[in-house]
Design a protein around this ligand. Structure first.
Ligand SMILES: Cc1cc2nc3c(=O)[nH]c(=O)nc-3n(C[C@H](O)[C@H](O)[C@H](O)COP(=O)(O)OP(=O)(O)OC[C@H]3O[C@@H](n4cnc5c(N)ncnc54)[C@H](O)[C@@H]3O)c2cc1C
Length: 195
C-alpha cells in the first residue's frame, strides 16, 4: 500500500474521533502498517531424535493482548532448565524434552487463545456488547480488584492462572509421575544399551 492509501485508511478509522487526532495523522511523516500474526498452535516441538526442541516465539508467537509473549518464552526456558536438571543419563534426555513439549504446548495454547479473546474484547464496535463490557469493567477503573473481568488482565482469576503460574512445580509433578519404565520406553533405547 502507498503512503497515501495508508493515510486514507487510517483517517477512515478515526474520522469521527477528536479533530486533534485527525490533524496528528495528517501531519505524520510516514505511516507503518504493522500487522500482528500468531503461530498456529504446534503439537510437536521436540525432534524425534530427542536432541532438539523449539521454544519461544518460534513455537507459539501470539497476539499481544495479555503481554505474555516474552513471558511464555521465559517460562519455556525455565521449564526446559528444570526438566534438564533431572537428566542424569542419555535415556532421560528424550523423555525430558517430550515432557517439556507436553507441558508447554498445553500452557501456551491456553495463553494464545486467551490473548486472542482479549483482543476481540478490546476491539468491540460500539453497541450493546461494548456497553456491557464497559459496564462490567467500570469498577476496576475505580480501583476494585474484580474476580473476573471481560478484559482478563487485571482480574483475580487471570492473575492466578495467567500471571501466577509455577512452571517448576509443573515439571516436578510431571517428572514424579513419569516412572522409570515410562522414561525408558519414551527414550526409544533398549535398557541394556543405556549408560
Ligand atoms: C512491538 C512489540 C511489543 C512487545 N511487547 C511485549 C510485552 O509487553 N510483553 C511481552 O511479554 N512480550 C512482548 N512482545 C513479544 C516479545 O517480544 C516476544 O514474545 C519475545 O521477544 C520472543 O522471544 P524469542 O527469544 O522467542 O524470539 P525473538 O526475541 O524474536 O528472538 C529470536 C532471535 O533469533 C534471531 N534469529 C532469527 N533467525 C536467525 C538465524 N537464522 N540465525 C541466528 N539468529 C537468528 C533473531 O535475530 C532474534 O534475535 C512484544 C513484541 C513486539 C514486536
Amino acid at each position: 500500500m502507498s503512503q497515501e492509501e495508508l493515510t486514507q485508511e487510517m483517517l477512515s478509522y478515526f474520522h469521527n474521533w477528536d479533530p486533534t487526532l485527525m490533524k496528528i495523522v495528517q501531519k505524520k511523516k510516514s505511516i507503518h502498517n504493522w500487522p500482528l500474526f500468531e503461530v498456529e498452535p504446534l503439537e510437536k516441538w521436540a525432534s524425534d531424535s530427542g536432541k532438539f526442541i523449539l521454544i519461544g516465539d518460534a513455537a507459539h508467537a501470539m497476539v499481544p493482548y495479555l503481554s505474555m509473549g516474552v513471558t511464555m518464552a521465559v517460562e519455556d526456558a525455565a521449564t526446559l532448565c528444570k526438566a534438564l536438571s533431572y537428566v542424569t543419563n542419555k535415556r532421560d534426555l528424550k523423555p525430558a524434552l517430550k515432557l517439556v513439549e507436553k507441558l508447554r504446548v498445553a500452557r501456551t495454547k491456553k495463553v494464545q487463545a486467551a490473548s486472542l479473546a482479549n483482543g476481540r474484547v478490546l476491539h468491540l464496535c460500539d453497541g450493546p456488547e461494548q456497553e456491557a463490557r464497559d459496564a462490567a469493567m467500570r469498577p476496576s477503573v475505580d480501583g476494585a480488584l474484580l474476580e473476573q473481568s471481560p478484559y482478563g488482565m487485571s482480574d483475580r482469576a487471570t492473575q492466578d492462572w495467567c500471571y501466577g503460574h509455577d512452571v517448576e512445580r509443573d515439571v516436578e509433578e510431571a517428572w514424579a509421575k513419569l516412572g522409570r519404565s515410562q522414561r525408558i520406553h519414551a527414550s526409544g533405547l533398549p535398557e541394556a544399551k543405556l549408560c
